[in-house]
Design a protein around this ligand. Sequence first.
Ligand SMILES: NC(=O)c1ccc[n+]([C@@H]2O[C@H](COP(=O)([O-])OP(=O)(O)OC[C@H]3O[C@@H](n4cnc5c(N)ncnc54)[C@H](OP(=O)(O)O)[C@@H]3O)[C@@H](O)[C@H]2O)c1
Length: 332
Amino acid sequence: MTTQLAAPTATPNKKDITMQQPPITPTASQNIPFQHKPKILVVGATGFLGSKIQRQLEQDATIDLRAMSRRGAPAGSTASVEWVQGDLMDPASLDAALKGVDVVVSSANGYMKETIDADFQGNKNLIEAAARACVKRFVFLSIVACDAAPEVPHFHAKKVAEDLIKSSGLPYVFVRAPAFLDQSADYVADGVKAGRFYAVGDKTTKWSYVLTDDLAAAISKASTYPGEDITNQTIDIGWRDGAKNQSEIAELITQITGKPLSWWVVPWMVFSVMVRLIKPFSELGYDLIRMFLFFRTGRFVSDTTKQEHFFGPAPTARETITKWATTNKLTP
Ligand SMILES: NC(=O)c1ccc[n+]([C@@H]2O[C@H](COP(=O)([O-])OP(=O)(O)OC[C@H]3O[C@@H](n4cnc5c(N)ncnc54)[C@H](OP(=O)(O)O)[C@@H]3O)[C@@H](O)[C@H]2O)c1
């Protein structure tokens, strides 16, 4: 591969981000996975989910693991991971981080804690750097149905990044996540401890969930999967028994924990009114309300066919909630 993609010189309009150079066509050898011990770079490795991906891959003695953070190695890091300093907004730092890398895995994002620029321009920088480095696989953490929700900024950022990866010609695996059952601040577990179930919208609309340990396992498997049949697949993650409404989730929690729960529901009406008011004050608040209103459409649903094909049986809702309740010491 000889084509070089130019480093961007200015931040373009978020909606107009496209590759500025013609697509690169991978050579045949690029598509042959791993004739040596592969080097895997985890971008976003200090995050709530990213650190789980990093820890799962760290257990794999058949790979060399590199992890990226803007601050370099975090406290308590071990010698089995090579930490590099890199910033999605700094293409030169990405070139250095990607040197000698076979597989790049990214769960990095900025929209939750900082700025969504990392999700648009930062991902674009990473994709261009990965193309310059001729990586053999780009495992990108995306979101279920992101292509159906252009009105939700961080969903749209995932769709834009997916399109950029496709047009780069890099071999990819898109692992599309549904809603995390366990958020980094686990408001569901906190609510259950207080005898409450905090719900969004209504009791009947179904959407899909995942436990972040299970998602990290799927992403790790996608990174090390030995066959070429995973190349250029888009894989939804979810539960074997399908999407669930919040009544079903609450009922399972009560059955598993033995705790009766009182419902605290924020009705859809509140989101519909808030979405108009919040935009000038909070980019994140607007993004999250747009996301909840997308949930209301009933289209935030995983198809687990490919997940089960590549990664083995998906867990059921009951298995997952039992695991989550045990971890959170909610079981009797
Ligand atoms: N919450 C949900 O329900 C849900 C559902 C579906 C998908 N997701 C997706 O899941 C992922 C969440 O990951 P997480 O929990 O690990 O996120 P997190 O805890 O918010 O951590 C963010 C990570 O991104 C990195 N990062 C941010 N800006 C960066 C930049 N400019 N350069 C380099 N690194 C940067 C941070 O690294 P440093 O600060 O160390 O540099 C950190 O490792 C996101 O991609 C999100 O879209 C979430």
